[in-house]
Design a protein around this ligand. Structure first.
Ligand code: PMV
Length: 304
């Protein structure tokens, strides 16, 4: 069977600032995944099983998944084989966990396999980035990179360092269920940056600095300091104007539970809050997030 998967992702430090050339840190969330399965057949179609959507590649050439299929053939300089690509994903949609990018990456990998090839992560990432650019305006490239590499990364302006972290750690992710398009929030930040460039540049500098310090903590296994930095990053995201009362409430719940730290992750306004906590508090925190109104809670171990 020709089948490929791609994980979800989470930005641990530096969202928004990465769009302006500052460093960010992202990790794969292996507990949620996108799957793509290729079944040879007469027509080239994508069947999004969860959404009940069928995309005929030749009728919808601008669809991101049509572009994923065609770009893979172009990269490999091979004809696109005809057949059905079935996709299925357990990654919550529009929640800052990389659902769209992961589906694109799974399709790129499955199509490459259907053509008898395996594409290296850096090139999978490049192909996925071209799709992000068409549909999201000014993406930093951090999402496609972490999902293609499936490893914790330190990312600056297209350059990526795979982080060999000292020890694994547990993240508890509260999915708010509030879905705000990333492109809208990124555009709002762009307007505010134009209006008050000095303030925003300084906020991005502070966030970039946190990413540098956090990188060191991850390499040294200093989780207490890492959590403290997450809280600082959350406060800077509040100043940028991308938090919300719901996200702030989740962060407070995590702190009350003795988590090392917590912050919003992704573009913000909705999406998720991620908390770093001791294994002994996971169950209680999971329960409290649900009682506070989280749509879903994902517990994920981050490994080197
Ligand atoms: O919400 P997401 O998962 O699409 O993440 C967006 C992260 C930003 O830094 C806000 C944008 C980007 O391109 O890096």
């Amino acid at each position: 069977m020709i089948q490929a998967t791609a994980p979800g992702k989470l930005i641990l430090f530096g969202e928004h600032a990465v769009v302006y050339g500052r460093p960010g840190i992202a990790v794969p969330v292996l507990d949620v995944t996108a799957h793509a399965r290729f079944i040879p057949g007469p027509d080239l179609v994508v069947h999004a099983l969860d959404l009940g959507e069928v995309i005929k590649i030749k009728d919808e050439p601008e669809h991101p998944l049509s572009i994923a299929v065609k770009s893979t053939s172009r990269y490999l300089k091979k004809d696109t084989p005809s057949g059905q690509i079935e996709i299925q994903s357990s990654i919550p949609l529009s929640s800052g966990l990389g659902s769209g990018t992961a589906v694109n990456v799974a399709v790129i990998k499955a199509m490459a396999m259907a053509m008898g090839e395996i594409i290296a992560p850096e090139h999978v990432s490049e192909i996925a980035y071209e799709i992000e650019k068409i549909h999201h305006g000014t993406p930093s490239g951090i999402d496609n990179t972490v999902i293609a590499y499936q490893s914790p990364i330190f990312f600056t302006s297209g350059e990526c360092e795979v982080l060999s972290i000292a020890s694994s750690f547990i993240l508890v992710i509260a999915v708010s269920g509030i879905r705000i398009p990333t492109s809208k929030t990124v555009l709002d930040v762009r307007h505010n940056w134009r209006r008050d460039t000095t303030k925003y540049e300084s906020l991005f500098d502070e966030i970039g600095h946190l990413s540098f310090v956090a990188r060191r903590c991850m390499l040294d296994g200093d989780l207490i300091e890492l959590g403290r930095l997450m809280l600082q990053n959350h406060h800077l995201l509040q100043e940028i104007g991308v938090s919300s009362s719901t996200l702030d409430r989740f962060v407070n719940v995590a702190v009350e539970h003795g988590a090392y730290g917590a912050k919003l992750t992704g573009a913000g306004r909705g999406g998720c809050v991620v908390a770093l906590c001791q294994p002994s508090s996971i169950k209680a925190l999971e329960q409290d997030f649900l009682e506070e109104g989280a749509e879903r809670v994902i517990v994920s171990e981050i490994n080197r």
